[in-house]
Structure formats: C-alpha cells, structure tokens
Ligand binder design. Sequence first.
Ligand SMILES: [Fe+2]
Ligand SMILES: [Fe+2]
Length: 263
Amino acid sequence: MAFEIAEYVRRVAPVEGDDLDYAAFERQPLPAGALRCLRYMHDVESHTVCYLRDLLVTQAHRDPEITTFLTFWNYEEYWHGEAIGRVLAAHGEPAGLARVTPMRTSLGWHDRISPMTTWLASLAVREFVAVHMTWGAINEWSTQAGYARLVAHADHPVLTQLLKRIMRQEGRHIDFYSSQAARRLASSAAARRLTRLALRRFWTPVGAGVMPEPEVRHLIAYLFGDEEGRAVAARIDRHVDRLPGLTGLRLATSTVDRYARAA
Ligand SMILES: [Fe+2]
Ligand SMILES: [Fe+2]
C-alpha cells in the first residue's frame, strides 16, 4: 500500500504525555534494568537530528517526499526523547539537555566525519537511497519491537500508556520506510545487491554507533535475550525477508545471539 505523505503530515504531533500520572513512578518506580533501557532510548531518540544532518548531505535531499517525511520524522522523534525524559525525571534522574549535552560533546572524530562518510557513500553508490530507506525500515521495526518488549518487562500502567502512543507513531515511520524500501528494491537489481551487501557488512542495532558498548549489550540482552524476545527478533527478520532480495539475512536474531551471549 502506498504511503500518503500528505496524510502523515496532517497527523504529525508531539506524542501526548501531559495527561499521564508521572507521580505513579514515585509510588511504583521502574526496575533498574528498565530505567537503564529508557536512558538509552532517551539518548538515541534525542540524537535523531544528528542522523538527519548526516542524511541531508546525500542524494536523499533531492526527493521532496523523503525530505518532507524526514522533517516531521525528526520532529516526532524529538518529542519521543522528551516524553521518555519526563519518565526519567520522575525517577529523579537527569533528562533532556542535562543528558543530551554531555552525550553530544563526548562524541569523537567518528561523529565529526559522519556527514562526510554518508556524502561519499551517496556519491559512490547510486542506489544509496534504497539502502537508506531499508536501513530506516529495519531500525523502525527494531525500535517499535524494543518498546513493546519494555512494556512487557516493566509492566507499569503509566509507562505502558506512554510507550504504546510512541509505538503508534513508530508504526507510521515503519510504513514510510518500508514502502519506500519495497518500491526501490523491487525496481532495481543493483539496489537489491547493494542493500543486501551493506546490511550484511555494516548494519548494527539502533544507537550502537553512538552509545557505549555495555549499554547496547544490556539493552539487547534485557529486551530480547529471553524466549519471547528471541521470537520478536525472529519477527523482525521475517519483515526483512519479505523485502525484495533480502531473504535469509537474520540481522536481528544473529545480533541478539551475539549480544545476549556477550552479556
Ligand atoms: Fe521514536
Ligand atoms: Fe521512529
């Protein structure tokens, strides 16, 4: 089904959170493992604008449907970070600028050259946009699945309400990226070949490029390391399998095996 960009723009809004009872976290705080996942999610959602910086230097900026989507995707992801920040703050933890500023300034040379790397990749590879759209779809599937796992693990009524609202917005992000990926992969054998190669060689879980390794390990082991988590990872792989030319990559399940073993 085609993605209706005008309809998406019409529905864009900061995720609703003003009506939630944050005082409930004082009566029933989240377990330490869940809070640690929320810190990760807060930081990665808040980093979206930096991913956007890296993407706008590529050929993607020539497609107005993509730039329209990215404008509002970035806006919604910003508010996901803010909403999760309110949960951290309710636990007496730093959130928002107090977390994002030190994280941003701690990023090294890798972050500084990142726009150049994507620009060069985009110049060298004509099918770059297909890779980008597929990458985005996999990241949105994983993010939504991660929130669903956190809802199940934490079993907290207020967190459940908030994360389900965020997951609905992630669902629209999935619709955009996956419809773009399916169309672009279906129309070009070179795009299928290159996307498959890029994913096999370079794909890492959402946030792994900017978050410390022990945090990535904890997040994956905590959310996906049990039997149900592995079943969810297998479902992400099945989504990827359905995209043209991408069967059998097992990105999610092999990542869970690797990180859960290391944890
Ligand atoms: Fe998000
Ligand atoms: Fe998203």
